[in-house]
Design a protein around this ligand. Structure first.
Ligand SMILES: Cc1cc2nc3c(=O)[nH]c(=O)nc-3n(C[C@H](O)[C@H](O)[C@H](O)COP(=O)(O)O)c2cc1C
Length: 326
């Protein structure tokens, strides 16, 4: 029998297909439609501290005659409601499925990170994905100062919660492999998600205005994470989860060959519906049968950046490749 089981963050997954954090994983009805197709795990939509603060500000701004006392009351009521809705979602998910539920948070204040994480652990989430990507736009911040923020955050989280932690990473890092290796040595983090896909601005040359680029990834974007999955999985003990541009079974197989313990899909679920999870599983099994692999372990990491292959992933100027294009 062909077996798709894998392990990620110490959790046993029935298959390596995780539905990543997005609007589709932000409400129970939509999650029910996903669960029918049995992904390996689900990452809930992030609980954003900034969003909660924006809701609070909007409500307070709408009512200019509020006393300071009323403002405090409304603020704490809105914050409490947002968080309690999130905790209810975790509990409801745990009731309807035994598929691992990974909560996701993004905060700006370390105390809030800790407070949210503790509540999420008590609500029964199986793991926590830390959506902490810091965009290095500030010319006054040195890379070591940015890195220090990650170390501090993970240290604080680990001190207060014991559930497995995955760090959803940004690819903007001056020495990514060294940085991830140092983070993994702390033992505070059990997995790295490579990578988060940011909101990206774009420019309309007709109106000459700044707008938004594509919300969804394209099926070609996977090559960037593929390179780093191959490099990091060869050099770092911590689990690696591939994310961005994964739209089909072929790409998931490539990621596993490169050394991913699991993979996340989002855009393709929006575009093709949750049925894509079942279709990917069927295609993966067909490929494994053709190549006589009985389990994921049989081909996991076969093409990671090992001693023999590392040059193919570490090279960025490939004369043979560019030289053949005239
Ligand atoms: C509509 C939408 C909402 C998203 N919301 C979140 C979120 O709340 N938290 C998060 O960490 N990532 C969020 N993401 C990013 C995805 O989790 C994922 O990292 C990104 O879409 C790349 O994966 P893909 O190429 O499979 O789409 C969102 C993506 C989309 C398209």
């Amino acid at each position: 029998m062909t077996n798709l089981e894998t392990s990620y963050l110490g959790l046993k997954l029935k298959n390596p297909i995780i539905v990543g954090s997005c609007g589709l994983t932000g409400n129970l009805e939509s999650i029910k439609r996903i669960v029918v197709h049995e992904p390996g795990a689900i990452v809930l939509k992030s609980l954003f501290e900034e969003q909660i603060n924006a809701d609070i500000n909007k409500n307070i701004l709408q009512n200019t005659e509020l006393s300071a006392e009323a403002e405090t009351y409304i603020s704490s009521h809105i914050a409490h409601k947002n968080i309690s809705d999130y905790l209810t979602l975790i509990k409801e998910c745990k009731k309807i499925t035994d598929i691992p539920i990974i909560a996701s948070i993004h905060c700006t204040d370390v105390d809030e990170w800790i407070s949210y994480a503790k509540k999420i652990e008590s609500a029964g989430a199986d793991a926590l994905e830390v959506n902490a990507s810091i965009l290095p736009f500030d010319e006054k911040l040195q890379s070591t100062e940015i890195e220090e923020q990650y170390f501090h955050l993970l240290e604080q989280l680990r001190e207060h919660v014991s559930l497995p932690i995955a760090l959803k990473m940004s690819y903007y890092s001056s020495s990514l492999t060294h940085f991830l290796q140092k983070l993994s040595w702390t033992g505070h983090v059990q997995g790295f998600v490579l990578f988060n896909r940011f909101y990206n601005p774009d420019i309309n040359i007709q109106t000459q205005e700044i707008g938004v680029s594509n919300i969804f990834s394209s099926a070609q974007e996977y090559t960037l994470p593929l390179r780093w999955v191959a490099i990091c999985s060869a050099k770092i003990e911590t689990d690696v989860c591939a994310s961005t541009g994964i739209h089909n079974a072929d790409t998931i197989i490539k990621m596993i060959l490169a050394g991913a313990n699991a993979t996340q899909i989002v855009s393709c679920v929006y575009q093709q519906g949750p049925e894509i999870i079942s279709n990917i599983k069927k295609s993966m099994i067909a490929w494994m049968k053709t190549h006589q692999y009985k389990s994921i372990n049989d081909f996991y990491g076969k093409l990671s950046a090992s001693k023999e292959t590392h040059i193919l992933f570490e090279r960025n100027q490939f004369m043979k490749y560019y030289g053949s294009v005239e």
